[in-house]
Design a binder for this molecule. Structure first.
Ligand SMILES: O=P(O)(O)OC[C@H]1O[C@](O)(CO)[C@@H](O)[C@@H]1O
Ligand SMILES: [Mn+2]
Length: 449
């Protein structure tokens, strides 16, 4: 609190979303959805007991029991709002997590230290996924088991129809892409951007791990969904890419980075967009950024990335497998590059990237455009705070401006900036759940000036 008579500094940030606001989406997530995710994680381990035994004998079963008891303890700590405890494992990021806990302790000065319901939602939610990782990583021989793998694979298989429709559409488009004029190319770019945007509806942490696949072909419904794009900066993206292309020399390549979100249909939609950028010569290189540990149930790891391309290649459908073969080729040629970095699975929001992960920040600065997929990336871009809806996106980014960037996100948590005056109120009046239903989306751009 500012002392009486002292004006708040212009840069004062709103408070973070938190479970301490009873009745908020953060509160319900911590109270209901996170324990459900932990219960499902425990069930998954139970179900794999025989497999662990067959692979590793008694040692596998013992490791499974230890992991389950670690996770049950975690669920109990969460449900009884216990203090957040330091990580006790020796994984490479443990020190950074423990420093972050100290930082949160200092922030709460005297108000009873960080705990599940009292601390920022973003922090405790990330902390839960890090502890799930520790439950496995600390327990060889099952230390490489991804408890979320099954769900991610299921999402992929259940979206087959939509994947086939998208790959077929795209391969047809490639046949005559050379003959398209600028207007037609722009139309196709907008279409594939929107498929990638709406592909973000299908994440598994949102549905607490229940199936959430893409059943129908999105391509048919794009037009009907335009009114649900609350901020639509697609034109700005197009101009940026056109300018980059026109200014391009042999030495300076146009590079787009996609900060990935979910595996399954969403990842395929990102691949299609990435392929379009290269095939239309809007970009020369696409760099993908994935998670280095299993994260928020459905997020893409390196394994998921490679697995998806292999599945597509091996598919019993000509256009699906053609896509898979081309994409593997892109990786081999080095025009597609996959990277992971520990920072993406730390609790920090992106405004601290320059300080916490200067190498990553410097690398992102080399890009012409950063595409941030999904809700969690949006929360980290804007600090997961109680912003007024009309605050400019640039301001909410709080000095995170490595390069021009754009968020492609369906709204699944209650924070949204950059709206026009009255816009939020108007939707709120007819649809109180607009910020958490996944029905609305944004293509929100910041030029980084
Ligand atoms: O996969 P996405 O789009 O980042 O969505 C994950 C989001 O869904 C939620 O599970 C919804 O609360 C959030 O925890 C998170 O912000
Ligand atoms: Mn996700």
């Amino acid at each position: 609190m500012a002392a009486a008579g002292t004006a708040l500094p212009v840069t004062a940030l709103p408070v973070p979303l938190s479970g301490r606001f009873k009745g908020s989406f953060a509160y319900f997530t911590i109270k209901d959805r996170l324990p459900q995710i932990l219960t499902r994680t425990i069930d998954t381990l139970h179900r794999h007991k025989n497999e662990f035994f067959e692979e590793h004998g008694e040692k596998g079963v013992e490791a499974e029991k230890r992991a389950i008891s670690f996770l049950s303890k975690l669920r109990n700590e969460l449900q009884t709002d216990k203090p957040v405890t330091p990580l006790e494992d020796e994984l490479p990021d443990a020190m950074l997590w423990n420093q972050y806990l100290d930082y949160q302790r200092n922030l709460s000065n005297g108000n009873g230290g960080p705990s599940w319901f009292q601390s920022p939602w973003l922090y405790v939610e990330c902390y839960m996924y890090r502890r799930i990782h520790a439950a496995l990583a600390q327990n060889p021989p099952i230390d490489n088991f991804d408890v979320f793998k099954e769900g991610k694979a299921q999402n992929f298989f259940e979206s087959q129809g939509a994947i086939i429709a998208l790959c077929t559409y795209f391969q047809e488009l490639l046949k005559n892409i050379k003959d398209l004029d600028e207007k037609q190319l722009q139309e196709e770019f907008f279409k594939l951007l929107q498929v990638s945007l709406w592909g973000n509806k299908c994440d598994l942490s949102f549905s607490a791990g229940e199936e959430s696949s893409q059943k129908s072909s999105l391509l048919q419904c794009l037009e009907d969904m335009v009114p649900f794009i609350l901020v639509n900066d697609m034109e700005k993206l197009w101009s940026l890419l056109q300018n980059a292309k026109n200014r391009k020399t042999d030495k300076c390549k146009v590079r787009v980075d996609i900060i990935l979100d979910n595996a399954g249909f969403e990842l395929v939609s990102d691949f299609v967009l990435a392929d379009f950028l290269l095939s239309s010569k809007l970009a020369d290189e696409v760099h993908f950024r994935g998670k280095s540990i299993p994260w928020y149930v459905s997020d893409t790891t390196k394994n998921d990335f490679n697995w998806t391309i292999k599945q597509l290649q091996a598919a019993n459908h000509m256009w699906m497998s053609r896509c898979g073969i081309n994409w593997e080729g892109n990786l081999k040629k080095g025009v597609w590059v996959y990277h992971d970095h520990m920072f993406w699975t730390l609790p920090h929001d992106f405004s601290s990237m320059a300080e916490v992960a200067p190498d990553l920040y410097a690398d992102l600065q080399k890009s012409n455009l950063l595409l941030f997929k999904g809700d969690l990336n949006y929360r980290k871009l804007t600090g997961d705070r109680k912003w007024e809806h009309t605050v400019p996106f640039h301001q909410a980014l709080n000095k995170f401006h490595p390069a021009p960037l754009c968020s492609l996100r369906t709204l699944k948590s209650d924070t949204q900036v950059g709206l026009k005056p009255g816009q939020a109120e108007q939707i709120q009046a007819s649809e109180p759940e607009w910020m958490i239903s996944g029905k609305y989306g944004v293509v929100q751009f910041d030029p980084a000036l």
